[in-house]
Every structure is written in structure tokens, then in C-alpha cells.
Design a protein around this ligand. Structure first.
Ligand code: ARG
Length: 384
């Protein structure tokens, strides 16, 4: 009998490190980094020894609250796609490692949205739930953000709402969700716990939203556009010192272009540019009238204006690009490389008008990090 399939199975297992202990080297490197950057925590040597002994004994170890907070902040600092890293030290950490049930997780996500939303003065926040243990994957949130708008597939193949979430919407329906079918309908959270996907709704009172209006065009309000205040990424693993926290929703505040030049503008998202251009009276039959570009600028003016009116924190791409240059200088002065991915850092509007366009970056992968890990096991309670 050939055993090739056993080898494949082994390789796949190794990738998820299922059933294996935590990577000793990753643990040691992180503890050293923590002590190097936090001299007040004393020499790292005894801690390294204890951590390695614990891994040898149990396959696992536990971060101190200080290590966890540092690890989460550095994961942000290492996020090469994020232009907003200047304030990485200000990230608030909510240590909820003891919470591992669907109800417990939802309650804490709701509290996260309340604390982070802070009635409009948004605070960068992360809530960290239980880590994966050898052979025992922790709970996971399937939604890529805590607040996402459903994409309802229509019989004619079109989608009402956000097409990017059509698949998640299908899954929620298959699990019994009964949507009303609106364009900006907040999806329930899908949480995998012990191989079963559970559905939980996010209460309306923590979903802060901003209706989009334009400072000069009253008709803009009639487009019925809106967006939520807090972008809270919920499907990335927080990787610290060989440990993986698969449920660790985190948020910053929005930069206008994310909404104005992508979510509401992309042809495979809300696709609003043709409509806006026509309302502006532009000739949309010819690319060279630059009707798309013109509509795009007005939409972005509207987004920035609306968030300011509503008293919700939002940055613009000029300010944020300048801040990022400051961040790069500071990191360099601290003797660190700042990994950055040009194609994500350069804003999707007026790229060359911002300083971040006119240079190249190192894009190395550093840890701690936020990462997309493939789930260890497909849940059985889900039939989609
Ligand atoms: N681009 C994503 C969105 O439009 C959010 C990503 C995180 N953004 C942030 N400003 N922290 O929803």
C-alpha cells in the first residue's frame, strides 16, 4: 500500500499545527522582543526559561497581560497594509481570553462596539478571546467585520446590498436567518464553536451609522446611502509568539476613501458612480468626460462631510498619508524596519497627490501579526 496520502495528511496537519505544541522558537523570539522593548519588565531570561519549560510540559503557554497588550500593538505596527499605524501604541486591549461560548463572545463584541464607538469619538480597540490550543481550536467569527451589510441575491442574478457579503448572507439564511432584504441590513454574527456554527444578531443600538449627504447637493441624500462608523475586523488571527488567537476583533477609525472610493464606488460593491454622475448632469457615454472621476470626488467629499456632521471620527487620505510618513521616520529612528505594501498604502483616490505614492517600501513579514489562517477544521453544523 502506498502511503502518499498519509504524508499529505501529515503536511496539512503540520500547517495548522493541529495537535502539536506551540513553536518554541517563535515563543522565545517574542519573549525576547517583549523584554528588549520593555526594559522595565526586567531581564527576559527567566521568563524564556519558564515559557519553554511550560511548552515542553503542556505544548502550550500563557501570555501575561503585558505580553498580550504588547503583542497586539506590535501586530498592528507590523500590518504592512495599514496606513494608520502612527498611533499603534494607543491600541486599547480588552483581555477576554476566558470567554469561549457563542453568547459570551457576542456580548463582548457588543461591548467592544460600544466602547470603541464611544458615541462617535472612535477609540482603536481590540478584544482578545481564547487562543487555539494544541488539538483544540478555539471559537471563530466567520464574518470579516463585526458590522457588515447583507448582500441579498435576486432571482435575476443581481444583488441588493453589499455584493461582497452575498456568500455570508447565503450562509446566514441557510442557518435560519430571516432578513428583511434591505440595502443596508446588518448581518448577524456567525460564530463557530466546537464544530457548530451559531447565529447571533448584533443589537441595533450598538450599530452606529452615518447617512451620507453632500455639502452642496441636496439631492445626494436621496441616494439613500449610509455607512457604519466602526470598521472592526473580526476574521483575522492575532499571532503572538507562536500562539494564535483566532477571535480578536480590532478596529481603528475609517479613512474616507475606504467608503467613498471603494465600498460605495467599486463596480462590484455599491456601484454608485454612474448614478451620481448622471445626477451631476455629466455625459456618461464617453469615458473621456471623466464622469467617473468627477463623481468619485463628489462622493468622497460627501463621505468626509457626513462623518464630520455626525461627529464620527474619520480621517482623510491627505492627512493620513502625512501621518504615515511621520510614522516611517519614527520607526526608522527607533532602528526598526517598517514593513509596508505599496499597493495597499497608496490611497485609491489621488494617489500621486500624497507623499506615500512617491517611494518604495520594505515588505517583510514580521510577527506578532494579524493573519488570515485557514480554519483548522470545517464545522459540521453548517450545511453550506
Ligand atoms: N476597508 C475596510 C472597510 O471599508 C476596513 C479595513 C480597516 N480600516 C480601518 N480604517 N481600520 O470596511
Amino acid at each position: 500500500m502506498g502511503t502518499w496520502w498519509k504524508k499529505v495528511a501529515k503536511a496539512v496537519q503540520h500547517e495548522g499545527r493541529e495537535g502539536e505544541g506551540v513553536d518554541r522558537q517563535a515563543a522565545e523570539e517574542f519573549i525576547r522582543l517583549y523584554h528588549a522593548e520593555n526594559p522595565a519588565a526586567g531581564s527576559g531570561r527567566p521568563r524564556v526559561r519558564d515559557v519553554l519549560a511550560e511548552i515542553d510540559r503542556t505544548g502550550m503557554y500563557t501570555h501575561t497581560p503585558g505580553e498580550l497588550a504588547f503583542g497586539a500593538r506590535v501586530a498592528w505596527r507590523n500590518s504592512s497594509r495599514c496606513i494608520g499605524r502612527l498611533y499603534w501604541r494607543s491600541l486599547r486591549i480588552r483581555d477576554r481570553r476566558h470567554v469561549d461560548t457563542a453568547d459570551g463572545i457576542v456580548d463582548e463584541c457588543v461591548e467592544h462596539l460600544r466602547v470603541a464607538g464611544n458615541r462617535g469619538r472612535i477609540r482603536p480597540t481590540i478584544t482578545v478571546f481564547a487562543p487555539d490550543r494544541p488539538g483544540k481550536p478555539a471559537a471563530r467569527i466567520r464574518n470579516d467585520q463585526l458590522i457588515r451589510y447583507a448582500g441579498h441575491r435576486q432571482p435575476d442574478g443581481s444583488v441588493v446590498g453589499d455584493p461582497v457579503n452575498a456568500e455570508l448572507t447565503d450562509r446566514a439564511r441557510a442557518l435560519g436567518w430571516q432578513p428583511s432584504g434591505g440595502r443596508f441590513e446588518v448581518l448577524p454574527l456567525l460564530i463557530d464553536v466546537k464544530g457548530v456554527t451559531e447565529l447571533r444578531t448584533v443589537p441595533e443600538e450598538v450599530v452606529m451609522e452615518v447617512p451620507i449627504t453632500h455639502p452642496h447637493y441636496p439631492w445626494f441624500a436621496d441616494l439613500g446611502l449610509r455607512w457604519h462608523a466602526v470598521p472592526a475586523i473580526s476574521n483575522m488571527c492575532l499571532e503572538i509568539g507562536g500562539l494564535c488567537y483566532p477571535t480578536a476583533p480590532f478596529n481603528g477609525w475609517y479613512m474616507g476613501t475606504e467608503i467613498g472610493a471603494r465600498n460605495l464606488a467599486d463596480a462590484d460593491r455599491y456601484d454608485q458612480l454612474p448614478l451620481i454622475a448622471r445626477r451631476l448632469g455629466m455625459d456618461t457615454s464617453n469615458d473621456r468626460t471623466l464622469w467617473r472621476d468627477h463623481a468619485l470626488v463628489e462622493l468622497n467629499v460627501a463621505v468626509l462631510h457626513s462623518y464630520a456632521e455626525a461627529g464620527v471620527t474619520m480621517t482623510d487620505h491627505h492627512t493620513e498619508a502625512r501621518r504615515f510618513m511621520t510614522h516611517l521616520e519614527k520607526e526608522e529612528r527607533s532602528g526598526r524596519v517598517c514593513p509596508a505594501d505599496w499597493s495597499w498604502i497608496v490611497p485609491p483616490l489621488s494617489g500621486a497627490l500624497t507623499p506615500v505614492f512617491h517611494r518604495y517600501y520594505d515588505d517583510v513579514r514580521l510577527t506578532p501579526a494579524f493573519a488570515h489562517h485557514t480554519p483548522v477544521a470545517a464545522p459540521t453544523g453548517d450545511r453550506t
